[in-house]
Write a protein that binds this ligand. Structure first.
Ligand code: C2E
Ligand code: MG
Ligand code: MG
Ligand code: MG
Length: 280
């Protein structure tokens, strides 16, 4: 059964066309002050092993508590952070915060607790050495690479230059796993599944939303799961909101699930309180 749901009310931020440019400018100015102003925090959403209802993984998701506008969605400010180059310092802050938390949870929750961290393709491309910073932070915390999964998107692999490929290799050499986020929504090319070592594939929530027996989405999910398993890749379904979706995906052999049915992304304390026993 789902435990108590978190509270994540975003403010209503949809600027009109005329407001849009101005609103973005304001937001980018505010974003510059947000790190120093300690306006960011991370939420953690459990990733559940479907066959056993075990929780030993979570995805870190950033939140921006704006001083006057309230909570702003990452969907609204990550693109601006990417355009302004702020994504590098924000990305490094996210990594530090998530790694410190994971280090504590490896002691208090489970020794094999693993954290999934989203890494922007812009940070990969802008900074040839962005992996160095993250690996240094791991080392400083004496945290093993196995505690971290990096979530990347299809677009990164599609036009990956040598530097991106090298950074991914360095992560893998350190024992860090790689997860392919939002699978099926990008300009899909399956050749990169062969070219890059991927550990997890996350089925995008758009395929899970209307899942039903005999539906096209069901056929796609089943095919993705079979293909991934043949390639030695584990599958995580995103956006599971109903027990019917959970049952269909479990029956199809999906390894892990994530979604509001289990829990919304939760502040660290709440996550710890609910999942101290590693069970949903
Ligand atoms: P994502 O990485 O695909 O994250 C999953 C999103 O789905 C999250 O939205 C999560 O709250 C939402 N979600 C989870 N379960 C359900 C469900 O059952 N139903 C529905 N409708 N949604 C669900 P969120 O936290 O708003 O993040 C949106 C996107 O912003 C993320 O998509 C990711 O692309 C980006 N993002 C969030 N945090 C970070 C971060 O720390 N770093 C970077 N680079 N990007 C981030
Ligand atoms: Mg993600
Ligand atoms: Mg996703
Ligand atoms: Mg997404």
């Amino acid at each position: 059964a789902a435990k108590r749901q978190g509270r994540n009310q975003y403010c209503f931020f949809i600027p009109t066309m005329q407001e849009s440019a101005q609103a973005r400018l304001r937001l980018s100015n505010d974003l510059r002050l947000a790190l120093a102003g300690q306006q960011f925090y991370l939420c953690y959403q459990p990733i559940v092993e479907l066959a056993t209802n075990t929780v030993r993984k979570a995805e870190a998701l950033i939140r921006w508590q704006h001083p006057t506008r309230g909570l702003i969605s990452p969907a609204d400010f990550i693109p601006i952070a990417e355009e302004t180059g702020l994504i590098s310092s924000i990305g490094n802050w996210i990594f530090q915060e998530a790694a410190e938390q994971t280090s504590r949870w490896r002691q208090s929750i489970h020794e094999k607790f693993q954290i999934s961290i989203n890494k922007s393709p812009v940070q990969f491309r802008n900074e040839r050495d962005s992996h160095r910073d993250w690996l240094d932070r791991l080392e400083a915390l004496s945290l093993s690479g196995q505690s971290v999964v990096i979530e990347i998107t299809e677009g990164l692999l599609l036009d990956a230059n040598n530097s991106v490929a090298e950074q991914l290799l360095s992560f893998r050499d350190a024992g860090i796993q790689v997860s392919l986020d939002d699978f099926g929504t990008g300009y899909s090319s399956l050749s990169y599944l062969k070219k890059f070592d991927i550990d997890y594939l996350k089925i995008d929530q758009s395929f899970v939303r209307n899942l039903a027996i005999g539906s096209d989405d069901m056929a796609l999910c089943e095919a993705i799961i079979v293909m991934a398993h043949k390639l030695g890749i584990k599958v995580i379904a995103e956006g599971i909101e109903t027990s019917s979706q959970r049952e269909l995906l479990t029956a199809a052999g999906c390894d892990f699930g994530q979604g509001y049915l289990f829990a919304k992304p939760l502040p660290a304390q709440e996550f710890e309180r609910l999942f101290a026993d590693c069970k949903i």
